[in-house]
Design a protein around this ligand. Structure first.
Ligand code: SF4
Length: 431
């Protein structure tokens, strides 16, 4: 039986795409190689959002070429965000790669795997669901992005927004539930854009409602949010529907209006804060995560200070921060000057990381002495790990509980996780 190995870089969308490709290869009789060095087909699922991720893919491609030069026989496929509509330049730079496949375009890989054409036609991919590997699973619901932020390569590589029909999404969730999944995370680059391009009138809240009725699923998550697409209806559905976790991942990227304008984010700081206020009005205990990019073209000290001030005002549970790196092909790469010195970017990164560690510690301390509901995701060496509804990582002693919702009494916290013990008949506050 021929074998494959998929090496995945980047975001949850890539993880979901890799699982789907793996299921497709399984369906045509291939199997996953337990040892990546002996696979007949090596697939790299790439990320182009930062230079660092591309450099890792390049490094791996050069290693694979050396393996080939030593006489090892296998095919190499590259998929994901590194692959745009034109591959001439990539083919010139990496002539030893056998197949290039754009995000969600799996057919060239099947063709390289020697599949007869008709096997990849019809409903093959719509009926191929990512193979679940535990009690949680990602479900892409809208592909691509229409926002065209100046620094971002995603719309150029993943194309315009395309929503999957609601019935197809719900079928996939039913399949996952039947295979042991308890929590699904609905994915989109801007997930609340779901349904804009469908005639059926569905939106993200429609999917939430549909999943409420699916037995076996106990939690629904969603990411990534875009403030201008977050309607009251969607926020109200999160507040009202018991399975939907009140956890929002809403990248703000900067706390300064001029900087947001240069990024073409499409909203002001006030508009962003208004959405956060509405969420907190409907769900005072909602947890909030955000993304920040420091050192974008022209970012002044004052603009950066405004970002810090915003983060202090909102007190996010989680802050993902990255330093700007120009991505070829983007508007920022072509028209803006990468003029913030590297050491300034590093300092700003450090300031945000410190702020995050402080705020996250303070938030986690609130859980001390309390009881939290955890969906157990994995176990190792006598300990189990899972997450709260708000996304906090929880570790506790005990095994045999993967896939179950349990209550954990928290007696120790760090900036990044909670530690505790299974709650027996303790009478503690549940958060
Ligand atoms: S919203 Fe902006 S940053 Fe996010 S994927 Fe779309 S273009 Fe990129």
């Amino acid at each position: 039986m021929p074998t494959y190995h998929i090496w995945t870089l980047g975001c949850q969308m890539n993880v979901a795409d890799s699982l789907k490709l793996a299921s497709g290869l399984d369906r045509i009789g291939w199997s996953e190689s337990p040892d990546e060095g002996s696979a007949d087909l090596f697939v790299i699922n790439t990320c182009s959002v930062r230079q660092h991720a591309e450099d890792r893919a390049y490094g791996r491609l050069h290693q694979l070429r050396q393996q080939r030069q030593r006489g090892e026989q296998f095919q190499i496929a590259v998929m994901g965000c590194m692959v745009g509509p034109k591959t001439d330049d990539l083919q010139r730079r990496f002539p030893w790669v056998d197949v290039w496949a754009r995000p969600q375009e799996y057919d060239p890989i099947l063709t390289a795997a020697g599949v007869a054409r008709d096997a990849s036609e019809g409903e093959f991919w719509t009926e191929t669901y990512g193979r679940p590997s535990g009690p949680t699973a990602y479900v892409p619901v809208v592909h691509g992005c229409d926002k065209f932020c100046t620094y971002c390569i995603v719309p150029l590589r993943r194309g315009r927004e395309r929503s999957r029909p609601a019935a197809e999404v719900l079928d996939e969730v039913r399949y996952l539930a039947a295979h042991g999944v308890r929590e699904v995370t609905l994915l989109g680059q801007t997930v609340e854009a779901y349904g804009h391009d469908l005639d059926e009138g569905a939106d993200l809240a429609t999917l939430f409602e549909g999943i409420e009725a699916i037995d076996g699923i106990v939690r629904t998550r969603f990411l990534t949010s875009y403030p201008k697409d977050m309607t009251d209806r969607i926020i109200d559905a999160v507040a009202d529907l018991p399975k939907v976790c009140e956890h929002f991942n809403i990248p703000v990227q900067s706390g300064d209006d001029a900087m947001l304008e240069r990024m073409r984010r499409g909203y002001t700081v006030a508009e962003y804060e208004e959405r956060v206020e509405y969420i907190r009005k409907q769900m005072p205990h909602a947890s909030l995560a955000t993304d920040i990019i420091v050192g974008c073209p022209g970012e002044t000290d004052e603009e950066f200070a405004n970002t810090v001030a915003l983060l202090e005002r909102i007190e996010f549970d989680v802050i993902h921060v990255a330093a700007y790196s120009p991505r070829p092909g983007t508007f920022a790469y072509r028209k803006q000057v990468d003029d913030v010195p590297r050491e300034v970017k590093r300092e700003r990164l450090h300031v945000i990381e410190e702020l995050h560690a402080r705020s996250s510690s303070a938030i986690n301390r609130q859980a001390l002495g309390r009881q939290v509901e955890v969906l157990v995701e994995r176990e190792q060496d006598g300990r189990s790990t899972g997450r709260t509804r708000g996304g906090q990582l929880v570790h506790f002693a005990g095994t045999g509980l993967v896939g179950q919702l349990v209550d954990v009494a928290v007696d120790e916290v760090t900036a990044w996780s909670l530690h505790g013990r299974l709650a027996g008949d303790l009478t503690l506050a549940v958060i």
